[in-house]
Design a protein. Structure first.
Lengths: 244, 452
């Protein structure tokens, strides 16, 4: 069950969006628990009572002449609720999908300028997607590491392992999709999150993503043939953590 | 034996300790390697105790101490230096200080009119020489304004390889010569052999002669590096001018297009007005659907994406991006350009940032070109006080290994094309405040750079 919130200061656009939402519910035989439409940002923020990926927001970006009001609201929502679904409904010239996805993990952008039928399709597809995903709480828990120079934030479930870089004072993080290098120490990272395990002087692994441990050669394997080392002393501890 | 019976004296061990602290500080200054303060004091302390026990050996082989220390550090921390750099940093700081100490000694002898033997009888002679030598070094360093970064890049510059090797060879040769003379002197002092020449005198002459050789090398290298950098800057400026003019041409052509629209719109509005006046609703619908509904699309077309660069303040950055993006546009790559905030140059050296930008964009264009539906995303914006740069492109393969592409000499497309990303890594090694996140998933390759 979704709680749908709409932020839109134009009355005509409000009713257009409301119609599209209601039509989508009818055609897909879905039901929302709550649909609230606001013209003022503060009212919307005050109305938020719950958290989770059943909280669905349609936000316009430009509100009452303030060019970035919608963006600020999205940030506030995201700060309180990492799982809420945010979709921007705006004019095409304001589209910044990459930027906004980075900043507030926005699900999508819908162009107000679309013809009615296309507009409906766009609204409908994000809503159906959200309905399908309600309840499937993905471990979107973030791993956060901060020191004087770097601020790293990645989904914890993406982390495979950290290793000392060939560049002095830097660390390389290998994830499921790629890698990144930042200023820091492997030992500090092991201390930053107790879900991690330091398997070697130069390596810290995420036990959740270990697929295989080669006990004779002291190698830890992850998906996609990624691997790193485990020291003899840490082998037993790692096996315990992985099996847990 | 009581600890205090060890012959630790301020005028010998104290000087030795101080000298090594200074050598390590010079090393720190020259190599740009951030040696921990604990090590800067700890290593000299350790060497000092070593010297107490094995006075003769440590005294004679002092020149080899820094290479040994660096070998150990290298083993522990992977210094990532070339052989030339390693040799240079392990011999240069010691011989540099040694030279200045010799100069200081000669200076004192000249001023006081003493002989070396008389001077050495004075208890604090070593201390005075070290003190004066350090001051001379400090003055020299500030006087020639030796730019460590220039020396650093000179050492790794390919064009200057021969001169640099010669320089490093000369540093080592002179160090070794002095070392051999010291050994000879020591043996002579022990009375095993007799040498007819005055070793100390020769040693001093070598020091002074070498001092001038060293200065000429340093000047030559730093001049060459500066010249190289200036040439690069100049060609960059030329490039910038070219791309700026093609950028403005592009914007002008867009303006002409918009003016065309304005003309069309005026005509259309007139006919719409007619239709409305005669209450002819089908005609109104007709006119709207036929022309106006489509015009929005063409105004949002790819060529207008480049216009989004308007918010980039720095002209050099703007010109390099616009040149690359126009190239991509001409190659039929679908563009998405997002610059939301007003962007000035980020907290990096401008030249470094521009180099990285052009490598990332070149790579993205090259990779996207070979796809069936080529696309390229460029985004540059601020988030929580940091500058974020995103360059994303479509790829032929579903997933690319993000690590191997950063290795020198690697390229997914034949030889001599893969130096790009290795250079990016080398540039970023200098910066603590930059994080490069490289991901490849689902036919999309993405470089995300965060500059704190």
């Amino acid at each position: 069950m979704l709680n749908i919130f709409v932020l839109e200061d134009d009355f005509f656009q409000q009713s257009r969006l409301e119609q599209a939402i209601n039509r989508c519910m009818k055609e897909n035989q879905l039901k929302y628990r709550q649909l609230e439409i606001f013209g003022k940002p503060q009212q919307l923020l005050d109305a938020i009572k719950e958290q989770g990926n059943h909280q669905f927001f349609f936000l316009d970006i430009e509100i009452k002449g303030d060019e970035k009001k919608g963006m600020e609201i999205a940030r506030e929502i995201r700060a309180k609720d990492p799982n809420a679904v945010i979709v921007f409904v705006t004019t095409h010239s304001e589209f910044m999908p990459v930027t906004y996805k980075y900043r507030v993990a926005a699900l999508d952008f819908i162009d107000k300028g679309l013809a009615d039928s296309d507009f409906y399709d766009a609204v409908s597809s994000v809503l159906v997607y959200a309905f399908e995903n309600v309840g499937t709480t993905v471990a979107s828990d973030a791993f956060v590491f901060r020191n004087e120079h770097s601020h790293v934030q990645v989904p914890f479930s993406d982390i495979l392992y950290f290793e000392t870089s060939s560049t002095i004072h830097k660390v390389v993080l290998t994830t499921k999709t790629g890698h990144m290098e930042f200023y820091g120490k492997v030992s500090d990272i092991a201390k930053a999150d107790e879900r991690l395990y330091q398997s070697h002087r130069a390596y810290v692994v995420n036990p959740e993503n270990v697929t295989k441990i080669d006990r004779t050669n002291h190698i830890v394997y992850f998906e996609d043939d990624e691997s790193c080392f485990v020291s003899r002393l840490k082998l037993k501890g790692l096996i315990e953590r992985v099996e847990k | 034996m009581n600890f205090f019976e060890f012959p630790i004296t301020l005028e010998y061990e104290g000087v030795f300790f101080l000298k090594w602290v200074i050598i390590l500080l010079i090393f720190r200054q020259i190599s740009l390697y951030k040696l921990n303060w604990k090590y800067c004091l700890g290593i000299p302390l350790f060497l000092m105790f070593l010297e107490v026990f094995y006075y003769d050996i440590v005294g004679l082989f002092e020149i080899l101490l820094l290479p040994i220390v660096l070998t150990i550090i290298n083993y522990k921390n992977k210094l990532n230096w070339t052989k030339t750099q390693f040799l240079f940093y392990s011999f240069f700081p010691f011989s540099l200080l040694q030279l200045f100490i010799s100069l200081a000694t000669s200076f004192v002898l000249f001023c006081t009119n003493l002989t070396v033997e008389q001077w050495w009888e004075y208890k604090w002679s070593d201390f005075v020489s070290l003190f004066l030598g350090t001051i001379f070094y400090y003055l020299f360093y500030n006087f020639v304004r030796m730019d460590n970064k220039i020396i650093h890049s000179g050492l790794s510059s390919f064009r200057l390889k021969r001169v640099v090797s010669l320089f490093v060879a000369s540093v080592i040769t002179s160090s070794m010569l002095i070392f051999i003379l010291d050994v000879l002197n020591y043996i002579q002092g022990g009375g095993w052999i007799k040498v007819s020449v005055d070793i100390i005198h020769i040693r001093r002459i070598i020091s002074i002669v070498y001092f001038f050789i060293m200065i000429s090398f340093l000047f030559y290298i730093s001049e060459e590096v500066k010249k190289e950098q200036e040439a690069e800057l100049l060609s960059l400026k030329d490039q910038q001018l070219n791309s700026m003019s093609s950028y403005s041409k592009h914007i002008e052509s867009l303006y002409t297009q918009i003016r065309g629209f304005r003309h069309d719109y005026t005509n259309l509005l007139v006919s719409l007005n007619e239709a409305i006046n005669s209450n002819d609703m089908p005609a109104v619908k007709n006119i709207y659907n036929a022309v106006l509904a489509d015009s929005g699309k063409s105004l949002n077309s790819d060529s207008y994406q480049i216009g989004n660069l308007a918010k980039i303040g720095n002209p050099s950055i703007k010109s390099i991006i616009s040149a690359k993006l126009m190239e991509a546009h001409q190659k039929g790559i679908t563009l998405t350009v997002e610059v939301e905030d007003y962007m000035d140059s980020p907290k990096m050296e401008l030249l470094d940032f521009i180099r990285i930008l052009s490598i990332l964009l070149d790579n993205a264009i090259e990779a996207a070109e070979s796809c069936q539906k080529p696309s390229l995303v460029f985004a540059f914006f601020k988030d929580k006080g940091s500058d974020i740069l995103i360059v994303e492109n479509s790829t032929e393969k579903k997933r690319v290994n993000t690590k191997t592409i950063f290795q020198r000499g690697f390229s997914s497309k034949g030889d001599n094309r893969g130096i790009g990303l290795a250079n990016v890594k080398e540039i970023l090694d200098k910066y603590d405040n930059v994080i490069l996140n490289t991901t490849s998933v689902n036919y999309q390759f993405r470089q995300e750079m965060r500059i704190e």
